[in-house]
Design a protein around this ligand. Structure first.
Ligand code: ADP
Ligand code: MG
Length: 340
């Protein structure tokens, strides 16, 4: 067979395989765009667990009508312009591929207006086919609508789960976002009914948001953590051993504000709890790690769930030491667990 250049739509659909796993990935990408645009209020309307509809409306900076086609083009981004920018990236997005990917596997539209523009505009994309930009009244900010996810990719559609399960994934992601952005108001509706609301305007690191997201029991047993050194800063809450979990369902780690999973940090936490938790029990924690952007690589995977720390050992030991010390009092009050 001859070598040929693939058409754009197919390239985007292939990329969608990495970026868009399920409706929760759509919500993540759209809400992250809203936050990158400076939104302080984000409305998320869902139908049928997000499979039928995900609509995200924000009050952020908006997009110029002329730029709408670029927003849905591959590798087009307003967030970085050079490799230096990439190394210091402070926005949640930077790859310029979420919107084209999502638009290639759904019935998609994006409507927007910048605060100083007289008129808004809308651009529709159906399964990757881009229509012309049309005028559309819109308050300052942006609305993205994603209907019938994977309608043109039956193989992917098959992997979607029941409405409740998909909704659960969305709510779980929103919880982790709400923990890190108490300044933003998030309103969610499902099948036309309000289903979740996080009040905005809160201070970072407020006990109130912890209560709102993870419940009073965690909050009651929370120990505040705050430690700085070697260019690293760790703050947040860890639960006293008296509040442990059967699964790792309340373990939240953020690197420079981005929710991430990291095996080495997870290991450091486990070690810090090793002698105060019963075997098989999981600690609960919400930890924010702050470090110079150049010391953490966020460009490891398209979905950006993982990061790579330049000095992983240092980060590991810093987390271990900080939590070990924070748990010292707990440890002093404990009877030693007899060796088996
Ligand atoms: P990335 O976020 O990696 O830049 P996306 O495909 O998610 O790529 O978005 C492409 C571009 O569209 C963004 O860089 C941004 O300029 C613009 N954009 C997308 N969503 C919004 C929004 N809600 N508000 C303002 N601009 C947006
Ligand atoms: Mg994005």
């Amino acid at each position: 067979m001859n070598i040929r250049q693939l058409p754009d739509t197919l390239v985007n659909q292939i990329a969608a395989g990495e970026v868009v796993e399920r409706p929760a990935s759509v919500v993540k990408e759209l809400v992250e765009n809203a936050l990158d645009a400076g939104a302080l209020r984000v409305d998320i309307d869902l139908e049928e667990g997000g499979v039928r509809l995900v609509r995200v409306r924000d009050d952020g900076g908006g997009i110029a009508a002329d730029d709408l086609p670029l927003a849905v083009s591959r590798h087009a981004t307003s967030k970085i312009a050079s490799l230096d920018d990439l190394e210091a990236v402070a926005t949640l997005g930077f790859r310029g591929e979420a919107l084209p990917s999502i638009a290639s596997v759904s019935r998609f539209s994006i409507a927007s207006r910048r605060p100083d523009d007289a008129h808004g505009a809308v651009l529709a994309v159906d399964g990757g086919r881009v229509a012309a930009v049309a005028p559309r009244p819109h308050p300052p900010g942006t609305t993205v609508e994603v209907r019938d996810l994977f309608y043109n990719v039956p193989a992917r559609r098959k992997f979607l789960r029941a409405e409740r399960t998909e909704l659960g994934h969305i709510e779980e992601w929103l919880r982790s976002l709400a923990l890190s952005r108490p300044d933003v108001e998030l309103r969610v509706s499902h099948n036309g009914k309000p289903s979740r609301r996080y009040k905005g305007g809160g201070a970072l690191f407020s006990d109130e948001r912890l209560n709102e997201t993870l419940g009073g029991e965690f909050a009651k047993h929370a120990l505040r953590v705050e430690h700085e050194g070697a260019g690293l800063r760790l703050h947040g809450w860890i639960a006293q051993p008296a509040y442990s979990r059967a699964s790792a369902d309340q373990q939240y780690l953020y690197a420079n504000g981005r929710a991430v999973r990291d095996r080495s940090v997870a290991h450091a936490v486990r070690q810090a709890y090793a002698d105060v938790l019963y075997h098989g029990r999981q600690p609960a924690y919400v930890l924010f790690l702050e470090l110079e952007p150049a010391r953490v690589d966020v460009n490891v995977h398209p979905a950006k769930h993982e990061v790579r720390f330049r000095d992983a050992r240092l980060v590991h030991d810093f987390v271990y030491r900080t939590l070990h010390d924070a748990l010292a009092e707990t440890r002093a009050g404990l009877q030693p667990v007899p060796a088996m």
